[in-house]
Write a protein of this length. Structure first.
Length: 306
């Protein structure tokens, strides 16, 4: 009976079952579901157009390799191809585990090697310049200063900042609960200066921004709605221009700087991993390379025989 069901299974039906599995049983974020679904639908369309098939049982390793080669020729980056490979692997593994296909065609499919680029960072003086450029005396200056302080103090992703809520901020303890990738929550410390900036904004500016339908998000727009990530990006960019920084400054740069400065001042890599909300320590290890680069630069500058 199982073979009869799987033999007539169409790609669209299989993808739908898999996405429901990701949502219900794995509890993965909507963004992850959409990204994976997009990758799989692109493959399904190519598969049907190129090979005239619409059944996952007919997918082979050579067909997958042919598809990925076509994506590479189309100019897709190694990182994007890797995301496609991961989506295909977990999809066919799922179908195989449910008995919907006889064997997993991605079993021998290798992930493309990706060149790892070291993240850009600001040094501590540049961070100070940026923060001081957030003028608290202008309209919404307290809000903007609090955002910059919090991005650097807690290493938040821009989406985590946009979605930060009042009930999750404990000023007395200096702790903020945030929801990161995969809907995973974590506690992040909020430094003394960031707490002071937050208190100034929450006690004076935020009450003036509240409208009838305002939610409990901490950072609000002039319309009383939560700030979008695009607007936060614009605000950070404008403040960096005011600071006169030559670097391309964006919110995630403050997250990189947060991690690098912690490591440079002796913090344990595992602690930094927890603070950043990285699922895998290998993601955090890139900051050790940043720190090594800094050490080499100092050595070259000051050692007489460097």
């Amino acid at each position: 009976m199982r073979a009869n069901v799987s033999s007539c299974l169409e790609m669209e039906e299989a993808i739908g079952a898999f996405i429901r599995f990701l949502a219900v049983e794995r509890g993965l974020s909507e963004n992850y579901q959409l990204s994976t679904q997009r990758s799989l639908i692109e493959f399904a369309r190519w598969f049907k157009a190129k090979h005239k098939f619409d059944n996952p049982r007919q997918v082979t390793l050579s067909i997958l390799s042919e598809y990925l080669a076509s994506r590479k020729r189309a100019g897709l980056s190694a990182a994007s191809i890797k995301l496609n490979v991961v989506a295909l692997k977990i999809f066919f593994r799922f179908l195989n585990s449910k008995g919907l296909i006889e064997r997993d065609p991605t079993e021998s499919l290798a992930l493309p090697r990706i060149e790892r680029y070291l993240p850009e960072t600001l040094n501590e003086l540049q961070v100070e310049q940026l923060i001081e450029a957030a003028d608290q005396k202008v309209e919404l200056g307290l809000r903007n200063r609090a955002m910059i302080e919090l991005l650097y103090a807690s290493g938040l992703r821009i989406s985590e900042l946009a979605n930060a809520r009042l009930e999750n901020f404990n000023r007395e303890e200096g702790i903020l609960r945030v929801t990161g990738k995969g809907n995973k929550t974590r506690l992040v410390p909020v430094g003394r200066k960031a707490c002071t900036a937050m208190a100034a904004y929450l006690s004076t500016e935020r009450p003036q921004l509240v409208k009838r339908r305002t939610g409990s998000e901490i950072f609000l727009s002039v319309r009383g709605t939560k700030l979008t990530t695009a607007r936060i990006w614009q605000i950070v960019k404008k403040i960096s221009q005011r600071a006169g920084l030559e670097k391309n400054v964006y919110p995630h740069l403050l997250r990189h700087s947060f991690a690098t400065h912690l490591l440079g001042n002796g913090a344990d890599l595992r602690i930094i991993q927890e603070l950043l909300g990285h699922a895998d320590i290998s993601t955090t290890q890139v900051y050790t390379h940043v720190d090594q680069q800094r050490l080499k630069a100092v050595h070259r500058q000051f050692h007489p025989r460097a």
